[in-house]
Write a protein that binds this ligand. Sequence first.
Ligand code: PMT
Length: 219
Amino acid sequence: HTNKSLEGKTVLITAGPTYEAIDPVRFIGNHSSGKMGFSLAEEASGRGAKVILISGPSSQVINDKNVELHRVTSAKEMLAKVFEFYENADIAIASAAVADYAPKEVAKEKIKKNDDSLTIELIKNPDILKTMGEKKSHQFLVGFALETQNEEENAKGKLEKKNLDMIVLNSLRDEGAGFKNDTNKIKIFTRTEKKEFALKSKDDVAKDILNFVENQLLK
Ligand code: PMT
């Protein structure tokens, strides 16, 4: 990259899924691969930023001396790691697919298949992004919304409820968007603007997102 447009900035990015343990061998998780977040990290670094990338379990790798990668497993671990760095971040982007619920208790031993049905009680995880919104001072805060219905309404609701500056919507109703794919199709919302993008590679989506952020910072 020749244009070091994020020189001097620290960008905090969450990526990947979280795994919530049920017992020593099982967990509740989701289909996030980490690709979207790793693409954002690489692009931000290419623009000269110092990047703190906090990722749940993912096979993605990154080899970039300006990216400090922290691997975590559960939502609670991700929350703790995020708040080690949030204070010093200029831009924070939450692309992780954080589990909304975790098992109330983690069984110490592998659960045996003795009964015909098994009930696992779940309790709500901390909302990492909402907590970032509550503690926001100078940070420019970007959330994601992964939706399957009432997409725009839900995304705008999250923008307000989590005190964000901007939200990136991707819908599982769009072919090639969301989890695992190397591509994504997004819409970006601020309180006053809306912009729709074509289906493109996650690397190019990361460029669109960071271009939009940079434009907002100039306002
Ligand atoms: O990893 P990939 O395979 O490349 O897929 C990319 C992606 C689909 C995971 C990504 O583009 C994406 O949409 N990430 C957000 C997924 C999500 O959990 O969305 P949500 O609408 O449930 O959550 C809204 C926002 O709150 C997100 O920014 C999320 O990171 C955050 N959140 C949610 C719950 C929670 N407990 N803590 C959070 O911080």
